[in-house]
Design a protein around this ligand. Structure first.
Ligand code: IMP
Ligand code: MG
Length: 181
C-alpha cells in the first residue's frame, strides 16, 4: 500500500496538532451546551474518533452515511443518504464532522437536512479543506488544514474504497488511477 504513495502532503504529526487545537476550540465554544457530534461516514470516522477524545466537555455522537462519489475522483453532485442518524437533535447543537470539504455540495445538503430537525444550531467541522474547488457558498466554522487541488487519500479519505487506513494524508502515483477501469 505504501508503495502506491507519491507524496505525503500532511503528516500524522501535523494532523494530531490540528486535532488538538480544534478539540480545544470546540470545548471552549460549546461550554455548558448540549452538543452532538455527527460524523459523516465513511471518511469522517477517523477524524471523529480522534477529535472527540480532544474534547473536554460532555458530548453525544452519531453517524450518518452519505455517498456523493462512485469510484471516481470527481463529485457527481448527487448526495445520497445511505444511513441516517438515530439521535433526535431537536434543541441540541449539532456539529457535523467531515473529512474534507471539496465542492461543498455534500455539506450544503446535510446542513439543510439537519436544519429541518429543530436543532439549536448546526455548524460544520472539517479536518481538511480544498477551497479552490468550492462550487457552493457554504460557511465552515471549524477548518483544519488547507490542502491543494489534488486528489488525496489517508486519514479516512479513500480512493475506490482503499487507503483510508494510511495515517498521513498523501497523493497517489499516477499509475494507480490510470490502471483503474
Ligand atoms: P464535496 O461534496 O465535493 O465537498 O465532497 C465531499 C466528500 O468527497 C468528502 O467528504 C470526501 O469524502 C470526498 N472527497 C473529495 N475530495 C476528495 C479527495 O481528494 N480524496 C478523497 N475523497 C475526496
Ligand atoms: Mg467520502
Amino acid at each position: 500500500m505504501t508503495a502506491d504513495i507519491e507524496e505525503i502532503l500532511v503528516s500524522r504529526d501535523e494532523i494530531r496538532e490540528m486535532v488538538r487545537q480544534m478539540g480545544r476550540r470546540i470545548s471552549q465554544d460549546y461550554q455548558g451546551e448540549e452538543l452532538v457530534l455527527v460524523g459523516v461516514l465513511k471518511g469522517g470516522f477517523v477524524f471523529l474518533a480522534d477529535l472527540m477524545r480532544e474534547i473536554t466537555i460532555p458530548v453525544d455522537m452519531d453517524l450518518i452515511a452519505v455517498s456523493s462519489y462512485g469510484a471516481s475522483t470527481r463529485s457527481s453532485g448527487v448526495v445520497r443518504i445511505i444511513k441516517d442518524m438515530d439521535l433526535n437533535v431537536a434543541g441540541k447543537h449539532v456539529l457535523i464532522v467531515e473529512d474534507l470539504v471539496d465542492t461543498g455540495l455534500t455539506l450544503k445538503h446535510l446542513k439543510e437536512l439537519f436544519n429541518t430537525r429543530g436543532p439549536k444550531s448546526v455548524r460544520i467541522c472539517t479536518a481538511f479543506d480544498k477551497p479552490s474547488r468550492r462550487k457552493v457558498d457554504i460557511e465552515v466554522e471549524y477548518k483544519g488544514i488547507e490542502v491543494p487541488d489534488k486528489f488525496i487519500v489517508g486519514y479516512g479519505l479513500d480512493y475506490a474504497g482503499k487507503y483510508r487506513n494510511l495515517p498521513d494524508v498523501c497523493t497517489l502515483k499516477k499509475e494507480i488511477y490510470t490502471n483503474q477501469q
